[in-house]
Design a protein around this ligand. Structure first.
Ligand SMILES: [Zn+2]
Length: 325
């Protein structure tokens, strides 16, 4: 499969969508406002370029998740190849010199390994997948991308396995059509990179529930920023609810669906698989109840806690299943 946008995976039935009745976008008369959900099959962005064998989870697990989707494990889901992120797009969210360094300095160390063409292709494809997921969600209500390695990337540097910030690119793409965007970051770690790039943006709301002090950030605008570091795992889902409440005003939801919060996937002791499954269903239910387009990224999920890569992929599949249901 190339970048020709061809569908693969299970064939989906013809879309027979019902018009969405939620609040219209400001550009009422233009295309994009007639959202349809949730009838069309879920389209998830992925291409073989996302995965680089033998590398860490961030760039290897998507292939296994895609395999599960192709096997029909998530129900009716289409996989589609995105267009890679372009230099011009990347310069909207990163300093031009950092973008140049990543693209051209072949001796550089990228966040996920020493520079190589396959690693660069992986980063560009999975960053582009976030943009294409936004476009799809604006048409059909929901989408996602098997992308990870996003939220620690800041304007002028990479960090924590994240080279480019696909969440930030997705937010700017959505803002071409909607007034406000929310980024719900439920990865185990905080999204300090996203805050660095978009913390000052008046149309972007950030809600971050973290179980680890890596890459934390201080809210600077109480109306648009929610941040909590979980201390008691029993209260985890309450904090998720608070984060959703903080996004009550957004017109589009970008969900960074980290599985590394789960106690056995490198997360916090006491955060069980049951809680994570409830979380995925709740986020989708919340967005659907508000009739706002919503997309997901895979985010973190590791073998550190003793899982196999296949088990990590099966966890991420739960997000896909919740979106597809
Ligand atoms: Zn993480």
């Amino acid at each position: 499969m190339g970048g020709d946008g061809s569908k693969m995976g299970r064939p989906g039935r013809e879309a027979n969508p019902q018009p969405m009745t939620g609040r219209p976008f400001d550009d009422g008369g233009r295309r994009g406002h007639n959202l349809r959900m949730p009838n069309p099959p879920l389209t998830v962005y992925y291409s073989p370029a996302y995965a680089v064998d033998g590398r860490m989870e961030t760039v290897s697990k998507s292939k296994l998740v895609a395999g599960l989707i192709e096997a029909g494990e998530a129900g009716e889901v289409w996989l589609e190849a995105p267009k890679p992120a372009t230099r011009q797009e990347l310069e909207l969210i990163h300093e031009a010199e950092y973008v140049r360094h990543t693209l051209e300095d072949k001796g550089a160390f990228l966040e996920v390994g020493p520079w190589s063409q396959p690693l660069l292709d992986s980063i560009l494809a999975s960053t582009g997948g976030m943009r294409d997921a936004v476009k799809e969600a604006l048409k059909n209500g929901r989408s996602g991308s098997l992308s990870s390695g996003l939220h620690h990337a800041r304007r002028n540097s990479g960090n924590g396995f994240c080279q480019f910030n696909g969440l930030a690119l997705a937010a700017l793409e959505a803002l071409k059509k909607v007034k406000t965007v929310g980024i719900l970051d439920l990865d185990a770690h905080a999204g300090g990179g996203t805050f660095d790039i978009l913390g000052d943006h008046p149309q972007v709301y950030l809600a971050d529930v973290t179980v680890c002090s890596f890459d934390t950030w201080e809210p600077t605008d109480r109306a648009r920023h929610f941040f909590v570091e979980v201390e008691q795992p029993k209260r985890y889902l309450e904090h998720v609810e608070e984060a959703l409440n903080a996004l009550e005003r957004v017109d589009f939801l970008i969900y960074n669906a980290g599985m590394d919060t789960y106690e056995k996937a490198g997360g916090m002791k006491g955060i069980t698989k049951e809680m994570i499954l409830k979380r995925e269903k709740r986020v989708v239910q919340w967005a659907r109840a508000r009739k706002i387009p919503h997309i997901f990224a895979l985010a973190g999920g590791y073998k550190w806690g003793g899982l196999t890569l296949q088990q990590v992929a099966e966890l991420h599949l739960e997000t896909v299943k919740a979106f597809a249901a």
